[in-house]
Design a binder for this molecule. Structure first.
Ligand SMILES: Cc1cc2nc3c(=O)[nH]c(=O)nc-3n(C[C@H](O)[C@H](O)[C@H](O)COP(=O)(O)OP(=O)(O)OC[C@H]3O[C@@H](n4cnc5c(N)ncnc54)[C@H](O)[C@@H]3O)c2cc1C
Length: 483
C-alpha cells in the first residue's frame, strides 16, 4: 500500500504517531506543503518562516539518514492532495492533528475530499497532552479559569514512553511536481534574519540538546529564578514545541523519569513548576478551540468598545525599542536580535503598549506574530489578552506594570539591560533603570545626553497610569449606565 504522511507542526521523527503508522503501512510520501497564496490572516509570520526553513532542512537530512526522502510542494493542500492521490496512486493519508481553527477547517475539508475518493484517512494526537474539549468541568463545560483547569488536567496527565523514530523510511525517489526546499521561498531576500539564526540551532536534535541542557543545568533553579530576566533558567523550548521538533509527551516523559530517579525537593518543585507552564499551553489551546474568534476579538466581548487610542508614531517607537524605558527597549531589542523574548519581558512590554500607550493589544499581537520564532496562535493570543485584561483569567485592567519597578526587581544587577542596550552600559546598575531620574553630570560621565544617545521617556508612567485608569472607569461606567 502506498500512503502520504502530511507534515505540518510535527518536524521530527521520534514520538511521531502519524509517521510510525505511515511507515508501518509500506512505502510512504512524507510531504510538506507550503501555500504562498493563502489569504489567511494568521499564516506563518516572517520569523516563523525563517525557523521553518532551517528546521525543514534539518528534517530533510534526518529522512536521508533513514534511507528516505522528504518532499516539498507549493500550493493549496485542498487542491494538491486529490492531484497527488491520482498521480502517485495513494491509498491512505496520515497526519498529526493541528489545532489552529484554520488548520482544523482544512483538515475537515480534506478528510471529506479524500474519503469521497476512497482514500483512508488516519489522524493522530501528538501536539498537546489533551485533545481540546477533554479537560472539562464536572458539568462537562470548558474551564474559563486556569487553576481548576490545571487541577483537572493534572489528574488526567499521563506520560507515555515516546515512540522511537522509524529504523528505515521507505519512500519513492521522486514524485510529481515536487520542488526543492529553497523554492518554497520561506527565507526573505533581505538578510535581516541572518543575525537571528546565530542564536539558535534548528531541528529535532537541537531540541533534544536544549532539553538535556535544561535538565542538567537549569531546571533545578526553575521554580525560584525563572522570572529573572537575565537568569537563563527557562528551557527556551517554545519554538521547538511550536514547530513540533519535540513533543510535549517527550518533555513530560523525560522530566518524570528524572524526577522519579530520586532528586531533591527543589528539583521536584521545579519539575512541577515546569509542567504547570506546559499546562498553560494546554489551557491556551482549549480557549482557542472554544473561542476561535479570539486572535482578533477580545474574549470578553464588552472590551470591543474599549476606547483605545491608537497612535502610529508611538507604536513605531515601541517596536523599535525607543520608548525611553530601558526595560521595555531592552526587551524589544532582544526580540529584533534573537527572535525571542523572556516571558516576564513579554508581559512588561505588552502592559506598556496596552496600558501606558493605550494601543490596542491586537497590534502588539500582530507584531509578535511576525517577529517571534515561537509565534503560536493560542499562546500569543492568550498572552496578549491576559495582559490587556480582556482574556480568560486575565490580569485585571487596573494592574499596570511599572516598568522601572519591574526592571529593578527582575534585573537588579542590570545584566539584561546592559546586554541589549549598549548606549547605557556605562551607567551603574542602580541608575540604568531610570536614566531620566539621574543628574546631568552622572549622564555626562557615562557619555549620554538624553534625547541624543538615548530617548526621553515617550510618556510619563504615573500620568499614563492615571489616564488609563480614568479611561477604564469612564468606559466601565458607560457600560453599566447603558445596561
Ligand atoms: C504577550 C505574550 C505573548 C506570548 N506569545 C507567545 C507565543 O507566541 N508563543 C509561545 O509559545 N508563548 C508565548 N507566550 C508565553 C511565554 O512567554 C513563552 O511560552 C515563554 O517565554 C517561552 O520561553 P521558554 O520556552 O523558555 O519557557 P519555559 O518557562 O521553559 O516554559 C516551557 C514551555 O511552557 C509553555 N509556556 C510557558 N509559559 C507559558 C504561558 N504563559 N502561556 C502558554 N504557554 C506557556 C511554552 O510552550 C514553553 O516553551 C507569550 C506570553 C505573553 C505575555
Amino acid at each position: 500500500m502506498k500512503s502520504i504522511y502530511w507534515i505540518r507542526n510535527d518536524l521530527r521523527l521520534a514520538d511521531n504517531p502519524a509517521l510510525v503508522a505511515a511507515v508501518r503501512s509500506g512505502e510512504t510520501i512524507p510531504i510538506y506543503i507550503h501555500d504562498p497564496k493563502t489569504t489567511y490572516k494568521w499564516r506563518a509570520g516572517a520569523a516563523s518562516k525563517v525557523w521553518l526553513h532551517h528546521s525543514l532542512k534539518a528534517l530533510e537530512l534526518s529522512y536521508e539518514n533513514k534511507g528516505g526522502k522528504l518532499f516539498f510542494r507549493k500550493g493549496d493542500p485542498l487542491k494538491l492532495f486529490p492531484e497527488l492521490v491520482r498521480s502517485e496512486d495513494i491509498q491512505a493519508v496520515y497526519w498529526n492533528k493541528s489545532y489552529e481553527p484554520e488548520s482544523q477547517r482544512i483538515e475537515n475539508e480534506l478528510e471529506k475530499i479524500l474519503s469521497e475518493m476512497g482514500v483512508r484517512v488516519r489522524s493522530y494526537s501528538s501536539y498537546l497532552f489533551f485533545e481540546p474539549g477533554t479537560v472539562l468541568t464536572k458539568q462537562q463545560t470548558p474551564y474559563k479559569v486556569f487553576t481548576p483547569f490545571y487541577n483537572t488536567a493534572l489528574k488526567q496527565l499521563e506520560a507515555k514512553p515516546p515512540l522511537p523514530p522509524p529504523v528505515k523510511i521507505d519512500t519513492p525517489e521522486t514524485i510529481h511536481g515536487a520542488v526543492q526546499l529553497d523554492e518554497l521561498e520561506l527565507l526573505p531576500s533581505y538578510l535581516w534574519w541572518k543575525k537571528l539564526v546565530d542564536h539558535w540551532n534548528f531541528g529535532e536534535n537541537a531540541a533534544g540538546k536544549m532539553l538535556d541542557e535544561f535538565l542538567d543545568a537549569k531546571i533545578i533553579r526553575y521554580s525560584t529564578e525563572r522570572d529573572f530576566l537575565a537568569s537563563h533558567t527557562t528551557s527556551k523550548l517554545s519554538p521547538y514545541l511550536h514547530h513540533g521538533e519535540i513533543s510535549p509527551n517527550q518533555l513530560l516523559w523525560t522530566i518524570q523519569q528524572q524526577a522519579n530517579s530520586g532528586v531533591s525537593v527543589e528539583a521536584r518543585n521545579s519539575s512541577d513548576a515546569f509542567i504547570r507552564q506546559l499546562i498553560w499551553r494546554e489551557f491556551a489551546y482549549s480557549l482557542l478551540f472554544y473561542h476561535p474568534q479570539t486572535p482578533d476579538e477580545p474574549l470578553h466581548a464588552q472590551f470591543s468598545s474599549f476606547p483605545w487610542q491608537d497612535n502610529d508614531s508611538l507604536f513605531v517607537k515601541w517596536k523599535n525599542g525607543e520608548t525611553g524605558y530601558p526595560v521595555v527597549d531592552t526587551a524589544m531589542r532582544e526580540l529584533w536580535e534573537t527572535g525571542s523574548m523572556h516571558n516576564r519581558a513579554r508581559m512588561i512590554v505588552a502592559s506598556f503598549l496596552t496600558k501606558d500607550l493605550l494601543i490596542p493589544w491586537q497590534r502588539g499581537a500582530e507584531w509578535f506574530w511576525d517577529t517571534l520564532f515561537d509565534a503560536d496562535l493560542a499562546n500569543n493570543t492568550f498572552g496578549w489578552q491576559w495582559t490587556a485584561g480582556c482574556g480568560a483569567d486575565a490580569s485585571p485592567y487596573y494592574r499596570i506594570f511599572n516598568p522601572e519597578t519591574q526592571s529593578r526587581k527582575f534585573d537588579n544587577l542590570a545584566e539584561y539591560l546592559k546586554k541589549w542596550l549598549p548606549e547605557l552600559r556605562k551607567l551603574d546598575h542602580k541608575a540604568i533603570h531610570a536614566p531620566w531620574k539621574i543628574s546631568s553630570s552622572q549622564l555626562e560621565n557615562a557619555g549620554i545626553k538624553l534625547g541624543k544617545e538615548y530617548p526621553y521617556p515617550i510618556v510619563d508612567h504615573s500620568q499614563a497610569r492615571e489616564k488609563a485608569l480614568q479611561l477604564y472607569q469612564l468606559w466601565k461606567f458607560g457600560l453599566s449606565s447603558a445596561d
